[in-house]
Design a protein around this ligand. Sequence first.
Ligand code: ATP
Length: 462
Amino acid sequence: AEKTMEKIVALAKSRGFVYPGSEIYGGLANTWDYGNLGVELKNNVKKAWWQKFVQESPYNVGVDCAILMNPQTWVASGHLGGFSDPLMDCKECHERFRADKMIEDYAKEAGLDIGESIDGWSHEQMEAYIAEHKIPCPSCKSHNFTEIREFNLMFKTFQGVTEDAKNVVYLRPETAQGIFVNFKNVQRTSRKKIPFGICQIGKSFRNEITPGNFTFRTREFEQMEMEFFCEPDTDLEWFDYWKSYCLNWLRTLGIKEDEMRYRDHEKEELSHYSKATTDVEFLFPFGWGELWGIADRTDFDLTQHQNTSKQDLTYFDDEKKIKYLPYVIEPSLGADRMVLAFLCSAYDEEELEGGDMRTVLRFHPALAPVKVGVLPLSKKLSEGAEKVYSLLSKKYNCEFDERGNIGKRYRRQDEIGTPFCVTYDFDSEEDQAVTVRDRDTMEQERVKIADLPAYFEKKFAW
Ligand code: ATP
């Protein structure tokens, strides 16, 4: 059966993974809330990332920085001034476009040379070019545009009680800058030597022009970013190292080879400061989409912050006796996008013997929101089953379900991706054992209750 976004969105809503935001008030465009299962899934995704990138990596440590930062941060990073998007609206069809993109696309198609980069063009230059070449609206082909307006992707707000221009602050559009401004702090307190990395998980905000595709692109989202600091000239080796590290992380969590690929950026597509960039893409039901942006950012960010803050951000290598600004490799992953990819990858409809269908989310056990379903075969057996529940729920998120026939209860657990169900039956009192059912094979085995902790320890090892 076909895997579609409609089915996945419907299952996500009905089972408590993701609801539309502020639903009782008619919603708020492109906002989503994680429900009882979604919060578990997302936490597990973040935990799995932290485990491999911080806990198990000899190189890395973590931080958790403020969302609100001194606005000078955004001057240094390039987010304030110059780097926002030049937008224009079509007066006929009311579609909104980026003028620079429109010109680039048009020039490419028509084989026109617009020089090295359009980045430095003024609004007047762009407007003149569009008029001169009679570039039509990409949507309705008319030639009736508004003027170009500068659009900043950052959310603006006020710190303090008065709405005073002096007190303008921005919600961070990426977590990376909190890491850069703390580079010296972390290096000092962690006593790390180059090469080392700093990781952070947290919310970011961008006033995206075209949000959509469920949780793929939203204006409020969570990122899992690492900035890895290394010696200049070792950067491309580390770039390759982290590139395969990222793909491997996806692989060990069950993403299949034909669902993911690298997309290396061509020279023309690279940001001016980047030596190499690769997107790890995932095949969503709506097509390939960027999941993980991995970039060699050279010493651009630390240089910018050093110049803007006038603080010395160089590193002194006391073995080699050299001083330098480290180069940076940045793998940047969206937590929400990752959750969506895992949902899409896990979704399966299977035809059973006898023609019945079952929907299964084949999550990796480490990601499954509910690890073990505890099911008394009859309500009369609740007491014994509750003991099993309290034994297992000390370590795992478990669900206790005593309603409906056992087949229906298995289906329900399959549908939310629970890897194991433990059934407490009429023999359990006698033999102090339960039946453990495997979600994928549907095979069952008898396990002593006392052996369950060790049994699951092995099953959930990752
Ligand atoms: P895109 O081209 O998809 O807009 P980007 O190149 O702007 O992404 P980066 O700035 O490299 O994205 O951000 C790193 C990662 O953060 C992305 O790969 C993605 O997983 C996630 N991300 C970025 N913007 C959003 C968003 N609006 N909603 C959800 N996740 C996002």
